[in-house]
Design a binder for this molecule. Structure first.
Ligand code: GCW
Length: 650
């Protein structure tokens, strides 16, 4: 990335533009201002306005300095008559201030007289890489890992630095570099041979205010330490973790902590040894506590060996049932990491009832940027729209999830969508999802529209036609995908393992607890108080809302209820007709995106125009496949034809 360049997809939202400026500036920095903040400011202003922006004898200045009155990571920007001041509460604060300034100038919202203050809503804004030691990325759709190759860390420092810059520019301050499904070879990152290389990575991230975390194998004491057991209550096990942790902190003094997927999807964990989640998490927490570290303990635990004939077990209930009774038993530096939905990053889910339910335990919200169930970065899907809904989802009569951020929930984490593709994310427009995650983790009160607008302007400039049409496409993209996907929150009608493309019965007779139980008259699982009782895990205010077909949010009807196809929705349509209609509409939406995109040909960079168009055409094929498979599936079950007489295959 750099100055004086043309647009390159690689630059993501840190693109050059040639905006005009009234007067040149001098750059003034006090000695405690970190080098990277100064460099980013210098280069960033040149990127926006050209190198003429800096002149040593300029009357006005851009001044960077630290103001310890401000929140540590916060900043204040002032555009006064003498020039621009960027104050930061700390070294990181000043860096965020510089990026905040560049963003404000880039979107044209920083005229003279403006004062802007900002500070992050949560202490930890975390990226989880699902990069495997062998160099592939689990659920990655943008090439291979930028960190690993051939069972070891093997990276291009320049590329990592550019990633660090992108992440810092959106306020990320922690990164876990390896997949939560830790294998024997990735467990070896903790060994004395591997740690120096991990420390090299930490050194690259550090100047950008980003601390490293590692996903660790619960059975490390056996795998690496030669012990007979990994039992968290065994003194030798705890001693092994203590010693190992000390070794890590010697190499990486600001190490953020351990990320753990235990007792989940065939991973070992405390439960498999007859211990509680708290026993396991606390052992690690005590090891990192003296160094100020934390344990990110994932709550994605359910029976993945369910028999489809078993109708008593209801997967969405699992995490709450397991963790809620242990509230209060966790050490202070344990952070329970909870996926936004109780299922698994589906297109449409309610929020997890576990979010906000733990009154004496810290929690992290986990989102997924990589488009596992949302189109594999082939189909366009603006996740900001979905995340805005997640943050706006009620937890009780008076609060929505957003209100807990920074309080009960002090960490926001997400699974990254980058790989070694030149444009980082495969689909260039999927860069917006990484951008939006950082912005929302910093400030969950931003709307999807505001963030999308920022991203478009920073990436492609401020030309109104481009902004307007791209905003339209991007703001509509989630709705379009939902329309041609599984209907009304039922989820899971995807090709198994792959999770792209339709397969309505793919997961129906599997062990994963993912059943729609469709027959010729009805579909869905009754998760109300009268059914599996899942709704009772929510605050009573919500239990009542979800329990009733009339008050349950319609887009979630089939998440909570079992309904006949003849059930009449608020639109006056039957459930079946709604399914047919939305599936035809979803395809039409994609056709509309393609037509709109075509009209932007002359106004967008050629490389991006072509690559996005190719993906849109593939998306159209996918949408048609979904439409026809889903419509035929329901037509065959019900024998009921489409009221509008459109083509449904027999
Ligand atoms: O969504 C599922 C994915 C797995 C993933 C798991 C998890 C990393 O299909 O690929 O494993 O969730 O979140 O642990």
């Amino acid at each position: 990335m750099g100055i004086g360049q043309e647009y390159r997809e690689y630059n993501a939202w840190l693109q050059p533009h040639s905006y005009r400026f009234k007067e040149p500036f001098r750059l003034n920095t006090s000695p405690e201002v970190p080098m990277v903040a100064r460099d980013e400011c210098k280069a960033g202003m040149e990127r926006l306005f050209g190198s003429g922006i800096w002149q040593e004898d300029a009357k006005k200045s851009v001044t960077l300095h630290i103001n310890s009155q401000l929140p540590a990571e916060g900043y204040r920007l002032t555009n006064g008559s003498n020039g621009i001041a960027v104050e930061g509460g700390s070294q990181n604060g000043i860096l965020y201030g510089v990026f905040g300034l560049l963003r404000a100038l880039g979107i044209g919202q920083f005229d003279e007289g403006t004062v802007a203050e900002s500070a992050p809503a949560v202490e930890r804004r975390v990226i989880n890489q699902w990069d495997r030691a062998d160099g592939t990325v689990e659920r990655g759709y943008a090439g291979n890992s930028i960190f690993f190759k051939d069972d070891r860390l093997d990276f291009n420092p320049e590329r990592i630095r550019d990633y660090a810059r992108l992440l810092a520019s959106i306020g990320i301050n922690v990164i876990a570099i390896n997949n939560v499904n830790v294998t024997e070879s990735s467990a070896r990152l903790l060994t004395a041979e591997a740690l120096p290389k991990v420390a090299e990575l930490a050194d690259i991230f550090r100047p950008y205010g980003i601390r490293l975390a590692l996903s660790v194998h619960f059975e490390s004491p056996v795998l690496l330490g030669g012990l007979q057991t990994s039992d968290p209550l065994d003194k030798r096990v705890a001693a092994w973790w203590n010693a190992k942790t000390q070794e890590i902190y010697q190499a990486i003094p600001d190490f953020s902590g351990y990320l753990m997927k235990a007792d989940s999807e065939f991973r070992g964990g405390p439960a498999s040894l007859g211990r509680t989640q708290a026993d396991g998490a606390n052992m690690l927490a005590r090891a990192v506590a003296p160094f100020g570290g934390v344990v990110y303990w994932r709550c994605f635990i359910y029976n993945c060996m369910q028999d489809w004939r078993d109708t008593d077990t209801d997967r969405p209930k699992a995490a709450y049932d397991l963790f809620k009774p242990q509230d209060g038993l966790f050490e202070k530096n344990v952070i329970l990491q909870v996926k936004n939905g109780p299922s698994d990053f589906q297109v449409r889910e309610p929020n997890s009832p576990l979010l906000g339910a733990m009154k004496h335990t810290r929690e992290a919200l986990e989102l997924q940027i990589t488009q596992e169930y949302t189109g594999h970065q082939i189909d366009l899907y603006n996740l900001a729209v979905q995340w805005e809904e997640v943050f706006s989802f009620p937890v009780n009569r008076n609060q929505v999830l957003r209100d807990l951020i920074g309080n009960e929930i002090d960490t926001v984490a997400a699974v990254s969508n980058v790989g070694d593709d030149e444009n980082w994310t495969g689909h260039t427009l999927a860069q917006a999802n990484l951008y939006s995650f950082g912005r929302l983790a910093w400030n969950p009160r931003l709307t999807a529209r505001e963030i999308t607008d920022e991203w478009i302007k920073l990436t492609f400039g401020t030309e109104p036609e481009v902004v307007e049409k791209l905003t339209d496409i991007m703001m509509s993209s989630r709705g379009a995908y939902e329309k041609y996907n599984a209907p009304l929150g039922i989820g899971w009608m995807v090709n198994i393992n792959l999770h792209y493309g339709p397969s309505p019965d793919g997961y129906e007779f599997m062990k994963w607890g993912t059943y729609h139980r469709a027959n010729r008259v009805a579909i869905g699982v009754d998760r109300t108080s009268r059914g599996t009782g899942f709704t009772k895990q929510y605050d009573p205010y919500l239990t009542e809302i979800f329990d009733s077909r009339e008050t349950c949010p319609e887009e979630l009807l089939l998440y909570f209820h079992r309904l006949p196809y003849t059930y009449v929705l608020k639109s006056g349509k039957t459930l079946l007709q709604h399914i047919y209609d939305t599936h035809f509409e979803g395809v039409q939406e994609v056709e509309r995106f393609i037509a709109l995109w075509e009209t932007l040909k002359a106004k967008l960079p050629g490389t991006t125009f072509v690559s996005v168009k190719q993906r849109l055409l593939k998306q159209l094929e996918n949408a048609e496949e979904w439409r026809d498979v889903i419509n035929t599936f329901f037509y065959r079950l019900t024998g009921t034809t489409d009221e509008k007489g459109r083509k449904i295959y027999e």
